[in-house]
Design a protein around this ligand. Structure first.
Ligand code: PLP
Length: 395
């Protein structure tokens, strides 16, 4: 199929929920992807904060080859398989968690976490403790429960009624969270660094205060690290940079380097209240995906790898500051999750990026987001920033 045929077929047969630019991507190498005409794009999107090791990484490819060597081997969660437990052990050893439950994506990880929080409260005799406290500008997913905790009218309104029992407070406003808290709340969910909502890092006082609030009300603290976790912030888990430990954590996007997977990490006290049959998924934690994910977690958790993310993130922020563009209002983020807030719409800037051979993505109307592969080089970051500078100069 040539480019025109692909785009035509998409128009004819694919549900139009995605607005896609008029090229067809065919392959990737390192931090560059290529379209069907051979044009190269430096990728600052990484499959939406997924491809932490870039494209065609030799070790990931090796893990895929090993996993494929068994042929198709789906047996479901009715049976023991080794890769699933090996990955769970690795995740526990590299985090606060004592137990892991696998899911299929970020939204389903959050929904599992909500169910576990309700179960935890019920097991402790609190039948009316089922509400969730979430925050302004949060993004937790598009399923009914996770969507209910994602306060964006455009996403929610067409699909109401959503899951009831979610209340909201202002992000980074501890006093507001204290006001909105009640004995009915079984869990507080927060992204340590908000992604879709505009790349907003939480303040340490906010996360520390939420920890204290959850403890005071016997609620659980859930960190949604679907986008900011697994090395992106420069710490393996973003909350490690804050010194605040959650009771539950949702992870997904980068976990298997591009294969679909999610995970809910939890403390033993939560696991103790969840029983056989309480939650399940046909495909979650399958041997192929979890085998590949082990390689990703092993690589990303190396201290030298994490140090390089911190260093490159710092470098990226410096380069963006040095652009001194009158269109840039603020540069913010942590590690290699960085937002550039503009005084103009971000969508045309992203579009001009395509012409300049660069993939960027917005996070809100006026914020350009950098979530590149964590393996990106300083030279590639400098090239991306100079391309952005040229685009802003013309804007
Ligand atoms: C913080 C956060 N949570 C949850 C999700 C939902 O993940 P998924 O699209 O895999 O369901 C996303 C997706 O962007 C996210 O950024």
């Amino acid at each position: 199929m040539n480019t025109e045929e692909v785009i035509q077929n998409e128009k004819e047969y694919v549900l139009g929920v995605y607005g896609r630019p008029p090229f067809v991507l065919t392959e990737g190498k390192g931090c560059t992807v290529y379209d069907s005409t051979g044009k190269a794009y430096l990728d600052l999107v990484a499959g939406l904060a997924v491809n932490v090791l870039g494209y065609n990484d030799a070790e990931v490819n090796q893990a895929i080859a090993e996993a494929a060597a068994t042929g198709m081997f789906h047996v479901s969660n009715l049976y023991h398989t080794a890769p699933h437990t090996k990955l769970a052990k690795k995740l526990c050893e590299t985090s606060f968690a004592d137990k892991v439950h696998f899911s299929l994506c970020g939204a389903s990880a959050n929904e599992g976490a909500f169910k576990f929080a309700r179960r935890y409260a019920r097991e402790r005799g609190h039948d009316d403790k089922y509400e969730i406290l979430a925050f302004s500008d949060a993004f937790h997913g598009r399923l009914f429960g996770s969507l209910a905790a994602t306060p964006r009218e455009k996403y929610q309104q067409p699909f109401e009624p959503l899951m009831p029992g979610v209340r909201f407070a202002e992000f980074n406003d501890l006093a507001d969270a204290q006001n909105k808290m009640s004995d009915q709340v079984c869990a507080i969910i927060v992204e340590p660094v908000q992604g879709e909502g505009g790349i907003n890092p939480a303040t340490p006082e906010f996360l520390q205060g939420l920890r204290a609030l959850a403890d005071e009300y016997e609620a659980l603290l859930i960190f949604d690290e679907v986008q900011c976790g697994l090395g992106r912030s420069g710490d393996l888990w973003a909350h490690q940079g804050y010194g605040v430990v959650p009771d539950l954590l949702s992870a997904a996007k980068p976990l298997a380097g591009g294969l679909p997977i999610g995970a809910i990490l939890m403390k033993q006290k939560v696991a103790d209240t969840i029983h056989a049959g309480d939650h399940a998924s046909t495909f979650a934690g399958n041997p192929f995906t979890t085998h590949v994910a082990y390689t990703v977690v092993d690589r990303v958790s190396q201290p030298t790898f994490l140090a390089s993310v911190k260093e490159k993130g710092q470098y990226l922020m410096e380069l963006l500051d040095e652009l001194n563009s009158p269109h840039i209002l603020e540069v913010r983020g942590k590690g290699l999750i960085v937002g550039v807030e503009l005084d103009i719409e971000a969508a045309p800037i992203v579009e001009k990026g395509y012409a300049a051979g660069m993939l960027l993505v917005s996070a809100g109307d006026k914020i350009v987001r950098f979530v590149p592969p964590l393996t990106i080089s300083k030279e590639e970051l400098a090239l991306a920033v100079s391309k952005l500078g040229a685009i802003l100069q013309e804007a």
